[in-house]
Design a protein around this ligand. Sequence first.
Ligand code: SF4
Ligand code: SF4
Length: 356
Amino acid sequence: MTTARFLKARDIAPWLEELSTAYTVLAPARHGDTVVFRDFNPANGIDMEHLSATPAKKALLPPCETLFEYKTTKTEEPPYKTAIELHPTLPEGKVLVFGARPCDARAMQIFDRVYDGNQARDPYYTARRNNATIVTLACDHQEETCFCDRVGGSPVDATGSDVLLTPLKAGYVAEALTDKGETLLNSTTFMKADGLKQEALNARHKMLEQVPDRSSFLDMERNLLSLFSDLGFWDKTAQACLSCGACTYLCPTCYCFNITDESHGDSGKRIRTWDNCMSSQFTLEGSGHNPRPTKAHRMRNRIGHKFSYYPQLHDKTLACVGCGRCISNCPVSFDIRNAVACAIQQADAAREHAHD
Ligand code: SF4
Ligand code: SF4
């Protein structure tokens, strides 16, 4: 049986301040006109009302991290050999993500299958993941750009969360879903709230009732594959795109990275940074050949990866959680929902044509 506690809205900041001694706490807060996930600082406040423009993915995959430091030494015998000393820098320390949305927490499981799955295990990612606790806030309203319900999620989905917060008057019912969550709720800040569980459940039902009845984007990996060779379709789809990459950097499920060495004389460090598949240089090879030379190729890859290639590799789970950040932050308002809906229509039309 899950533990339920009540957290008064006014107690959140002092509680997070107390936790900051043991955790790096990330929480949504204002930065100018925008809400972003940032290191908790009581002076910045917390914004529990708006979906943050940035996702919480940096908790597991920082924009820039040092994988190891190295030092090279020329050996005297034989003189043409170089010895290398490596000093790995595995991340340590606990991280608390407070106020993630259900789509953010779900997105972390999309990373898990890639970085901590059966085929490969990234020790840097795994260390962060094991040390991370995710406190998710159920969404009592969907933004116009939200579509989690069309990609297998929901505004009250607890997938990937350690604690689920349900907003009620003057505070939140906090329900522990894992041992990490239980540990977190074991604080005198919380009041016992097993009696409020039903009220929280009712509130979540109301949130679900607000979700519009609309078509799903699940099970469409074949549709997109059938459009793979139709570059005309992708050209039209990508026409307005500026290749700026904002959509990839702000996407909670985009996980591509680049590796570079920064050398200073005989020592240096190997760095991993986020990369962006919408950039023309992403697939540029040393020979000068580029297998994705146009915006059409890159858009096909971005949408194909999320709605076709990833689901085929990972039990039909889409690599889009419907957060809508790529829509609300795109400088030309590219709407991935329209692109996917057009792809479905186009594939259906092509199928009908083939049967005529
Ligand atoms: S944010 Fe918009 S313009 Fe920029 S790369 Fe993405 S789709 Fe293109
Ligand atoms: S593709 Fe867009 S809507 Fe889907 S998870 Fe990424 S940012 Fe969110």
